[in-house]
Each structure stands twice: as structure tokens, then as C-alpha cells.
Write a protein that binds this ligand. Structure first.
Ligand SMILES: [Zn+2]
Length: 302
């Protein structure tokens, strides 16, 4: 079978066609133009579905979306003002009516976790935590062989763990949240303070790899904040794996080894033994894979 897959992000809508075995037959992206609001974004999605329907014999639409998603009804429980008016949007109903196809919707970080579980770094793991480290920090909890989404589909907001009470203000309205210190934006801020403007994170990681003292010091301070957040999660959930996705995961071994080393110093020995830290493997395809995995699960009635 073939499934139309769509990933609605803050800057891009990625879309494509996947087979039931996870082979990506086609993929492309368009700008989200999020500021136009939720209704306009969903109109774009409907247009993309039509385009895919004309070219491929798709039997359904699987959507990965920013925001907290009721994955049973396919509605947006809560979304920030990045996409104005998106909260409350009945995505599955609108896209289903427009295409005449069955439609499923799941949160984008949950889709990253499902995609990595199906075809990536979390293959075969029954208990893992997935973190996407980018402009913010997204989280997904995969426990006992399935996603854990909480009482109202909003579990796993790892980015808003309180790291420093009374600290920097956060987009969620609180202060001192994890993502204000351990996201790639936070790292970029530290780099700017030390090296000035116009110094990219890529150049910075080059310096870290070369052993530049100032760069290594900043890197270690940032990793220290990152692993202080992870420390609590490991002790609460005793995961088999921590999967790091998002832009920084491209740094691969340098990053993963630093996290592992720092985290080992903060967690109990029995937790240390059973834990694997890995970079996500499917990159920007993970969400499309995960959306399809979610579609197939729901179709199978699981
Ligand atoms: Zn917050």
C-alpha cells in the first residue's frame, strides 16, 4: 500500500509518499508560511494531498504536526502562536473531507520517536526517550513498547523541565526551563557571547573537534546543562535508550560521547549499565516514517 505523508513544522511542510514497508517513493517540501494561520496551513496541506493523490495510488494520509495533538481524533489540543489560530483545528476531519481518505495525525516529536523506532536508532527498543534539540527541545516518551502521551496528549514536554528556578523567561510563560539552556539556540547564545556575531555553530563544532580551549569550555558547560536534565529523566524512566534528534544530532560522535561521559557521572551505576545514548538516524525523514507508522498502527486497531 501507499500512504501520503505530511510533516507540518514551523518553517516547512515536508511531504511525500511512503509504502507500507517504509520505502519513501517521493518527497519534497514547501514553506509553511505559519504566520498566515492554521486555516491557511491546512489549506496548503489539502492541496499537497491532492497533488499526491493524482500521482500515486495513496490509500490514506498520515500527518505529523507541531503542537499537542489528540491522536485519536486528529485534532490540535494546543499549539503556540508560531502558527496563529491552530489550537482547536480539526485536522483529520478537514483533510479527510477534502480528500475522501482516512487521515491520522500525531505530534511531530512523537513521530520522530515512532520513525526512529521503526527504521532508525531505536529499532528493537521497548523503553526510550527521544529528544529533538533545535530552537527548542522537544520530547517523546516511548515506554513499555508504545508511546506514552499522558492524560490529555501532552506528556513528554521535556523542554519545559525546570532546570534553574527563577531563571531565564521561557515561551511557555515559566522561567528557567531546560530548553532555555540546552537547546541549540542557547548554545548559539553562548558561542556569540564568547566569539562574537557571525560565528556559525558549524564553525564552533569544528573548533570543539580541534580541541580549541575556549570552544571546548563552552561546549562542556552546555552539555552539562543538557545532561542535568537527562539525569532526572533517566532516574525516573530507566530507559534503554536516549535518542538525540534535531539539528545538533548531525554532530554525531563528538556530541554523543560528550553527553555519555557527562551523564555517566550523574546517574546511578545500575542505570548506567543498561543505557545507550544514540544520535537519531533518519534525520528529516523520521517524522514522515513515524506518521506512517502511526497510521498503520491505527489501521491495525492498535
Ligand atoms: Zn518553558
Amino acid at each position: 500500500m501507499q500512504i501520503a505523508v505530511i510533516d507540518i513544522g514551523g518553517t516547512k511542510i515536508k511531504y511525500g509518499v511512503l509504502t507500507g514497508t517504509g520505502e519513501l517513493l517521493h518527497h519534497d517540501s514547501v514553506p509553511t508560511e505559519a504566520k498566515r494561520g492554521g486555516e491557511a496551513v491546512i489549506r496548503t496541506v489539502c492541496g499537497l494531498c491532492n497533488e499526491l493523490k493524482e500521482r500515486f495510488p495513496v490509500e490514506g494520509v498520515a500527518i505529523s504536526s507541531a503542537g499537542q495533538i489528540d491522536h485519536e481524533k486528529g485534532t490540535v489540543v494546543f499549539a503556540t502562536d508560531n502558527i496563529p489560530g491552530y489550537t482547536g483545528t480539526d485536522v483529520a476531519e478537514i483533510v479527510g473531507r477534502h480528500t475522501g481518505l482516512p487521515v491520522t495525525v500525531e505530534n511531530d516529536v512523537n513521530c520522530t520517536a515512532l520513525g526512529e523506532h521503526w527504521k532508525g536508532a531505536a529499532r528493537g527498543m521497548d523503553d526510550f526517550i527521544c529528544l529533538t534539540v533545535g530552537t527548542g527541545i522537544g520530547g517523546a516518551l516511548f515506554l513499555d513498547g508504545r508511546l506514552y502521551t499522558g492524560a490529555r496528549f501532552s506528556a513528554g514536554e521535556i523542554g519545559h523541565l525546570c532546570l534553574y528556578p527563577g531563571g531565564r523567561p521561557c515561551t511557555c510563560g515559566n522561567r528557567g526551563c531546560f530548553e532555555q539552556y540546552a537547546s541549540s539556540i542557547a548554545l548559539a547564545g553562548l558561542v556569540r557571547d564568547e566569539f562574537g556575531d557571525g560565528f556559525s555553530l558549524e564553525e564552533f563544532f569544528g573548533k570543539v573537534s580541534d580541541g580549541d580551549e575556549r570552544a571546548v569550555k563552552i561546549f562542556n558547560a552546555w552539555v552539562d546543562d543538557l545532561t542535568t536534565g537527562l539525569q532526572s529523566l533517566v532516574h525516573i524512566f530507566n530507559p534503554e535508550g536516549i535518542i538525540i534528534g534535531g539539528g545538533v544530532s548531525e554532530q554525531g560522535d563528538v556530541l554523543i560521547e560528550a553527553i555519555r561521559k557527562s551523564l555517566d557521572g550523574k546517574i546511578m551505576p545500575n542505570h548506567r549499565k543498561s543505557l545507550t545514548v544514540r544520535a537519531a538516524e533518519q534525520g528529516n525523514k523520521a517524522n514522515l516514517l513515524g506518521a506512517a507508522a502511526h497510521f498503520l498502527e491505527r489501521r491495525a486497531g492498535r
